[in-house]
Design a binder for this molecule. Structure first.
Ligand code: NG6
Ligand code: CA
Length: 509
């Protein structure tokens, strides 16, 4: 009896405690004060690609508008020089090198975010936000073998997103279908999807064996299944009705992003709008073909810029622009030839995708991870340029602070005031990653530890930072990383090594 009464008392207390907590989180007045948050994330867009970042040959008026009327960061970083690890850090606030699975994933890879892990959408959801992702995922799906014909789980909806409309991996990897809330969109059950990354399905054409079927030829890799005249990475059979039309992808994602905003506008929302451009295969809608004079790579950047403009217009029409913080960035640096013959090299002209930086995608040099990084909030952010160092890994703690949550992680720093242009006190130091190698940025200095392997990936023509010796650069005097000061500045090198080792948790050599 006594136990029963105590239990009843305890349960009653718990009930009221939960109720009070819930009430606090969903107080309509507090909620009304919370701004919407949109992260627009490009795929492989380099530091020098936008007018606002010095591009003269490409026209990007909509992104320039955001940059020129918001904060334009000159030291804004993706955590990694490739996609999956950067996206992992963006959503989890955790450095990707802490997770061994955070490397470029095939379309069949299992989800690499633990469903118990803190994530940005979860943090925002806890504060009453409706959360959505539209666009590229590339963080794995399921927990082992995925049956694409059934509900696919866990995925974005299990790590904090209320709504998801995604491509599983990349535009150049199978499955080439959209997935809405764990279900392949437009799938005909009589034509089930089969995916294999090891071997082809008997009788199915491939880029390697059937070049006559291709409208865009592969240069390296990308010689497996053919979808819409483009051969991809991985083999796929079935799912004809569900296959995307590459040229419509930008419009499809834009329509979904707009739909999300229109449907969710009555409560604070978070939208992660992950554009597919200018990743390969570059397939501009016919409206944009020839728009840049630079071939498909330039054309899809113009297309992406247009999408951003249209999206902003929707926010404006819905009366949401003054109450929405927009963050724009890219998952890694630029690559011109990433595996298809698409005229990008031939028609590049004077355009410099990396701007003044050395390297590109896959590189430990600056162009691998230093990317356009813009925050825009009409009426709230005073336009300006900030040289403060900020990383995408900081968005979790910073946006948590914005919504009155104290959520944080080991690696994410609360740089909200920096992002809003109220402070120039950015990060002191940062680890950057490229294909499991890491390097270090502290103050004006960048250090790359010695790594074996080729200095250049020849197929993509990018210097990736490998060198048998330590490299040390003073970025203030030498942004293009031409003068290795490791030998002439032994004290600085020692200081950098010590600080790097402390965070990276590996023994100094
Ligand atoms: C590489 C692909 C490249 C691209 C990249 C992922 C080859 C030879 N290259 O392995 O084309 O798909 O993976 O890009 O297959 S990312 O932006 O998603 O990281
Ligand atoms: Ca990428």
């Amino acid at each position: 009896m006594h136990i029963a009464r105590t239990l009843f008392f305890a349960l009653t207390l718990l009930f009221f405690a939960c109720k009070t907590e819930k009430k606090e989180q969903t107080d309509p007045e507090e909620q009304a004060a919370l701004p919407n948050i949109v992260i627009i994330y490009a795929d492989d867009l380099g530091y020098g690609e936008l007018g606002a970042y010095g591009a003269t040959e490409l026209k990007t008026p909509n992104l320039d508008h955001l940059a020129n009327n918001g904060m334009r960061f000159t030291n804004g970083y993706a955590t990694s020089a490739t996609c999956t690890p950067s996206r992992y850090a963006l959503l989890t606030g955790s450095y990707p090198w802490r997770n061994k699975s955070a490397k470029i994933l095939p379309g069949t890879a299992p989800l690499i975010i633990d469903t118990a892990q803190t994530t940005l959408p979860k943090v925002l959801k806890q504060q009453g936000y409706t959360t959505g992702i539209v666009g590229k995922w590339h963080l794995g799906l399921g927990s082992g073998h995925v049956d694409w014909n059934q509900a696919i789980s866990p995925g974005p909806n299990e790590v904090g997103f209320d709504h998801s409309y995604i491509m599983a991996a990349t535009q150049d990897r199978v499955p080439t279908v959209y997935i809405e809330n764990g279900k392949v969109d437009n799938l005909d059950p009589n034509d089930p999807i089969q995916i294999d990354y090891q071997k082809n399905f008997p009788g199915e054409p491939t880029g390697k064996d059937n070049p006559e079927l291709l409208k865009m030829k592969w240069h390296h890799g990308h010689d497996n299944s053919i979808v819409n005249g483009i051969s991809r990475i991985g083999f796929m059979k079935g799912g004809e009705a569900a296959k995307w039309v590459d040229e419509d992808m930008a419009d499809t994602f834009l329509a979904e992003a707009k739909r999300f905003v229109k449907e969710k506008k009555d409560q604070p929302f978070f939208l992660y709008y992950a554009l597919q451009q200018p990743h390969v295969p570059r397939t501009p809608h016919p409206r944009f073909v020839g728009s840049s004079g630079m071939g498909p790579r330039g054309d899809v950047i113009v297309e992406a810029d247009w999408c951003v403009g249209e999206f902003i217009k929707t926010l404006e029409e819905e009366g949401l622009l003054e109450n929405t913080l927009i963050v724009f960035s890219s998952d890694n640096g630029p690559v011109v030839n990433d595996g298809y013959y698409d005229d990008s090299v031939e028609k590049l002209g004077n355009h410099k995708p990396a701007g003044p930086l050395r390297g590109g995608k896959y590189s430990l040099f600056e162009a691998g991870t230093r990317v356009p990084f813009i925050t825009y909030w009409k009426g709230k952010i005073t336009p300006g340029t900030s040289d403060a160092m900020v990383s995408q890994v900081d968005l979790l703690a910073s946006l948590a602070a914005l919504v009155n949550s104290d959520a944080t992680t080991q690696d994410s720093q609360d740089l909200l005031d920096v992002l809003l242009g109220k402070s120039t006190n950015g990060r002191n130091e940062l680890i950057i990653e490229a294909s499991t190698r890491t390097a270090f940025r502290k103050g004006d200095w960048a250090m790359i530890p010695p790594y074996d392997g080729p200095a250049i990936i020849k197929t993509v023509n990018i210097e990736i930072g490998n060198d048998p010796e330590y490299q040390l650069y003073n970025l203030k005097e030498d942004l293009g990383q031409q003068n290795n000061l490791a030998k002439s500045h032994p004290e600085k090198l020692a200081e950098m090594k010590a600080a790097y080792t402390k965070i990276r948790g590996i023994a100094e050599e």
